[in-house]
Ligand binder design. Structure first.
Ligand SMILES: Cc1ncc(COP(=O)(O)O)c(C=O)c1O
Ligand SMILES: N[C@@H](CCOP(=O)(O)O)C(=O)O
Length: 438
């Protein structure tokens, strides 16, 4: 696969280079020069394939020139070794549970695939790979588990102090070995900005081999297409075909993957980008003015993003035309109050406990249905994290209904280890250089 930069359409680099560079020097994002459309026979008969089979078919359409067939199959089988089940709530509505991986969030798809791709490309004797990650809650935990013990790698996770849940924090801060965490006195956007500054810094790049495990890295996006195709496979088996997805969105990596899948032939009717009050994208789609704002803290903390990284990719997929995006993507925003009401409503109507991010995706479906009544549609909202990761959001009655997975009980016995830091690039750079010499 050849990739260009969203800031330089003439650039051509290969997949391995894009994975290790993560971001072009011109500060755009890498995108495939050609997006392959999967064959109709496969797309019409998705129901005949398992998740790993679908994942291989999709990945190989993109990466057949970069990774031999058997190696790619092995990477996928090792990385995607958990389910992405659909849970039916009523005749037309399903929740897609993406939290059955080790970190209990959808990030496991991207992080596990990416860590294995990097390990595959790393050669013996190469310089240590320094993986930088900014997290608003879930990416960090998934990346930590994805890279834990991977030889020749060191992961540095930046997270905003006091703005992630206790379980998310322990997932980031209790790993040791090749994983370390920095607690930034600031917001997620500060963390993301520090990481992007590091990639643009000549001195750091001269002394360290830096890469990103955030969704700016194209290797994070590809595996997130798999579950969209797999959802269609599950729905085809029960005779459903007109599908609307609602995606709880923050950095817009998840929905960017869905839209990449759409360009590859995913038979889907509509996407909904559901956000919290960090509403840069819904405002843009309404007004045409793209204005980032400092992120605001909400109950759906992993979506507290004021400057969504992947929006440029979505614009690139639709030839930079807002009108084209608007046809395929509706976008709505919700307050904390609406989120809490939605969690209660989902429980009352269906006996299902949703995390705040998931509840926002459900709200997007309700609004879309009101605006676009249509009898034949099937609605799928993505559940991006296990509700147990956000215990402070639920009242005692709801909390009692959440089953706590084994790994969470184990996590609570562990100790938090993190370096405290101001949101200051010089402090971050000094830390990286100093610890590089230790
Ligand atoms: C639980 C959860 N839901 C939704 C999101 C938003 O996803 P994206 O940043 O890909 O839009 C995140 C963070 O990425 C998350 O952790
Ligand atoms: N919501 C994310 C923020 C980082 O997003 P990424 O998908 O761009 O890595 C999180 O949970 O950390």
């Amino acid at each position: 696969m050849k990739l260009y930069s969203t800031n330089n359409h003439d650039l051509r680099i290969d997949f391995q280079t894009a994975v290790f560079n993560s971001m072009p020097q011109d500060k755009g994002l890498y995108m495939p020069v050609e997006i392959p459309v999967l064959d109709q026979e496969f797309l019409q008969h998705l129901d005949q394939y398992t998740l790993p089979e679908i994942a291989y078919k999709v990945a190989s359409a993109l990466l057949h020139d970069d990774i031999p067939e058997n190696d790619l199959k092995a990477i996928i089988e090792d990385a995607i070794n958990f389910e992405a089940p659909l849970h039916q709530l009523n005749e037309q509505t399903y929740v897609l549970e993406l939290f059955h991986g080790p970190s209990l969030a959808f990030k496991d798809f991207g992080a596990r695939f990416m860590s294995r791709i990097m390990a595959y490309f790393l050669k013996d004797g190469e310089a240590l790979l320094d993986v930088l990650v900014a997290t608003s809650g879930d990416t960090g935990g998934a990346v930590a588990l994805g890279f834990l013990g991977v030889p020749n790698t060191r992961v540095t996770i930046l997270y905003p102090k006091g703005k992630v849940s206790e379980i998310q924090e322990l997932q980031l801060c209790s790993n040791g070995h090749n994983i370390r965490a920095i607690e930034i006195d600031g917001t997620f956007d500060d963390c993301q900005h520090l990481v992007k500054q590091a990639f643009a810094d000549d001195e750091l790049n001269a002394q360290m081999r830096l890469t990103s495990a955030n969704s700016i890295n194209i290797a994070r996006l590809i595996p997130q297409t798999f579950y969209y195709f797999n959802t269609l496979a599950q729905l085809f088996r029960v005779g459903k075909r007109e599908v609307v997805f609602s995606v709880p969105s923050g950095n817009f990596g998840n929905i960017a993957a869905g839209l990449l899948a759409y360009k590859m032939g995913l038979p889907v009717k509509q996407f909904i980008a559901s956000t919290n009050v960090n509403d840069t994208v819904p405002r843009f789609l309404e007004t045409g003015i793209y204005e980032t704002r400092p992120s605001v803290q909400t109950y759906a903390n992993a979506m507290d993003v004021g400057a969504p990284s992947n929006w440029v990719r979505i614009m690139a997929l639709f030839n930079e035309q807002r009108e084209n995006v608007q046809k395929m993507v509706k976008s709505y925003r919700y307050s904390d109050e609406q989120t809490v009401e939605a969690i209660a409503a989902i429980d009352q109507q269906y006996g299902y406990v949703a995390c705040p991010h998931t509840a926002i995706a459900w709200l997007g479906i309700q609004e879309y249905q009101q605006n676009n009544p249509s009898a034949g549609d099937t609605f799928v909202f993505l559940s991006t994290a296990h509700p147990c990761k956000f215990p402070d959001i639920f009242d005692a009655e709801l909390a009692a209904k959440i089953s706590i997975p084994e790994q969470v009980s184990e996590l609570k016995k562990k100790e938090k280890i993190a370096t405290a830091m101001q949101a200051d690039f010089n402090a971050f750079k000094t830390f990286l250089l100093k610890t590089n010499q230790d």
